[in-house]
Structure formats: structure tokens, C-alpha cells
Design a protein around this ligand. Sequence first.
Ligand SMILES: Cc1cc2nc3c(=O)[nH]c(=O)nc-3n(C[C@H](O)[C@H](O)[C@H](O)COP(=O)(O)O)c2cc1C
Length: 448
Amino acid sequence: MSRESDESSRAASPRKQAHLNLFAYGCGHHKAAWRAPGSAVERLGEIEYYEELARTAERGLLDAVFFADGQSLDPPSLADSPGWFLEPLTALSAMARATERIGLVSTVSSTFYPPYHAARLLGSLDHISRGRVGWNVVTSMSDAEARNHGMPGMPPHERRYGRAAEFIDAVQALWSSWPRTSLEADRGGRYVDPERIRGVAHAGEHFSVAGPLNVPEPPQGRPVLFQAGASEQGRDLAARYAEGVYAVAYDLEQGVRYRQDVRRRVREAGRDPDDVVVMPGLVAYVASTETEARRRQAELDALLPAEASLRQLGRFTGRDCSDWELDAPVPELAPLEEFTGPQGRYATILRIIASERPTVRQLLGRLAAGGGHCTMVGTPESIADRIEQWLDGGAADGFNLMPPTLPGGIEDFVEQVVPELQRRGRFRREYRGTTLREHLTGSPRGAA
Ligand SMILES: Cc1cc2nc3c(=O)[nH]c(=O)nc-3n(C[C@H](O)[C@H](O)[C@H](O)COP(=O)(O)O)c2cc1C
């Protein structure tokens, strides 16, 4: 093919555009970010801080800003890192009023909330934000959380996922129980057509809910569902219900494998895989030169408390690392088959060592910022190159941005990488719609 016809065929087929989501977390996703000069560590209880993050993300035309959530506190871990945040739905209602277009995604646990309460909170926030809400449904993870909710420990995995599916069905039924079309607000004397409001009469294995919901149908019909499960059951739940999936992929190959698997499950669930946006986490260190980007990463890594980090690495690897030389290469570790502790994290550590040949300090830094998530260090151009490779290689439909520092990391991304992606036709130049679902899928309302 001549260069000219190659160019024209490229122009004819539009390039796949990225979806971008900001995962807002404290002073950033690097565990030592709070110690960096200029961090927002004193502002973690100030709503203005989160409003500013949301405005920055909106300036960058991102799809959404997202909060994870947990339901317990671990005082010893607070000694060297501020691991707390404002309750997400409460914070997002303020952020909704500080922004106009960006989506607002809250984690809500199906293990700890009753469905009526969840439907009402999320439905109200969809009204407050005029249709910008997403719900990251999780089944939660730790016994410490369960003990705050009248349980001795976490219910078994299978039971949690059984409850999650029933929970979503009940919440979605509640959202449609009071249809907007029933609202007449006729000053002649009729407010609604009560005939059009239905109960949900849900009676399942895990709960019963009579309905109807006492908030009318949300602007999006159904707020957008996100899911981030890794297990078979987690992926199947995503395949049945999710429109967005938060994934963990260390490299392009792992991203392709995960995305293909989710798309296959979506197809098997009778849905179109193109209706589901898969977004792996991305930890990006951006600067105008490679050297500067690496220097910033090294500066953050140098702020990690060495002794505590080595102790933690010892727990992850099942050996004593306390005398490891920080600036020497990582000593050889036993292969995965011989390791008897938790496999996931150990596999990640082996993968980082094999592909990046880090020093001990660099390994600690990688684990302290995103761990098994994809990490890109470089210029806006080199990061945009790699994002294009992931999009075109079938590893991602976009990314869940996990900036190592906040607010600086998202400002850098918005000011430097977003314009580069736009120049390449890989990211929107304006919001087309007003709802989160429009940003994500192009259509305004979910099926009722
Ligand atoms: C980006 C991302 C965000 C997550 N956020 C939360 C969260 O806020 N709360 C939570 O309990 N779990 C969260 N998880 C964990 C998952 O929902 C899930 O429990 C975990 O991946 C284990 O998978 P499994 O439950 O399918 O075994 C998150 C996972 C990812 C990748």
C-alpha cells in the first residue's frame, strides 16, 4: 500500500478513543506522596480539596472521578500513611455542585448496605448531579469491615457474590418503581398518577424489599454500574451488569488476557461486549523529559520509610528482607510454585523483578504506588504512545488514572497527556452529552 492510501485509509477509520477516569485517593496513590513538599496532607478533611480535584479532572474532560471505599480503620497503618477519606457519597454530592459535566462514581458495598438505602442514596445523587452518577458495586474484603456491621467476619466469597447479584436486581427494580412519567405536577390538583407507581415485591434469598422507592426514577434511569472483581464470580457479575470495569493489568499482555476474558463473558451473558468499557489502573509519572519523570519517581521512592517498607516486603515474600541493601538489585526469590503464602502479590513482585530489574528501593516504590497496576514513566509523547498501544492492542478501552501524587499528578496528566491524546484523535475535545452514560457509551439512559 502506498503511503498516501495508507494515510487515507487511516483517516477513514476513526481511531479508538480513550475513556479516562480519575481514581481520587488522598494525597495520591504513592504511599509516601503525603510527605512530598506541596502535598495536600493537611486538607484531607476539606471538601474544597476534592472539589478542586474534580474541577481539574473536568477541565481535562475526563469521563468520571471515582472513590473507592472501605468500612474500617487500621490504626497501626496510619502511623506512616494517611489512609482515610470522607465518605464517598457525601463527598460526591458536594463535588456534584462544584462541577457540571464530569461523572461521579461511588463505591457502595453490597455486603454492608441494605438495597433500599443504597438505591435511595445513589438515586438522590443522580438527581443532585443531573445524571452523572456511577456505582462501583463491591462485595468488600476484610473481616475488620465485617466486624463493624454485626458480623464476626466476612461471609464466604460465593455467598457475597450471590447477595451482590440479588442486591443489584433489587436496587435496579427500586430505581424504576416510581417512573418519571408518572409525575404530572399539575396545579389543578394532581401531582402524580399513582397507578403508574409500582412496588417491587422483591423476596429473595438475602432480603425482601416491598418498594416503591421514595425518590422518583433517577435522570439516567439506572445510574451506571461499575465493577472491579478479579475472581470468576466477580467477572461474571461484571458480565451480567457492568457498563464499566476497573481492571488490574501489569502489562499489555495481561491487559489483553483480562479484557478478552471479560468480553467473552459479556457475550455469553447475552450482551454486546462493545457496551462494556474496560479500564485498567494507570500510575503515570509525567514530565517534559524522561530523566525528569524518573527523577520525580525516585524522589517519591526516597520518601518511603525504609525499615517499615522492608518489613512489609518480608511479609509479602515470606523471608527476612531487613538487611537488604536499598540501592542494590533485588536478591533472587523462590519461584512462584515454591511460595506458600498469598500468591497474587508474590506473582506481581516476581513479574516486576523479571521485567524491570529494579533495585530494592525501586521495587518498594513500585509496590507503594499501584503495585500490580500498569506504570508509565516518561514524557507526554511516550505515555501517549503506550496508551495508543494498549487501546489498539485490545488491552484497554481507557484507563483508571491513579496519579502517584495529588493534586500535582492529575494536573500534569490533564495539562500534558490529555492535549497529546487529543492531537492524536484519541480523546474528546469537548463533552458531547451531560450524563455519565453519555460520556461512557454515547447513550443517555440505561435500559429500565
Ligand atoms: C480499581 C479497583 C478499585 C477497587 N475498589 C474497591 C473498593 O472500593 N472497595 C472494595 O471493597 N474493593 C474494591 N476493589 C476490589 C474488588 O472489588 C474485588 O473485591 C477484588 O478485586 C477481589 O476480587 P474478587 O472479589 O472477585 O475476588 C477494587 C478493585 C480495583 C481493581
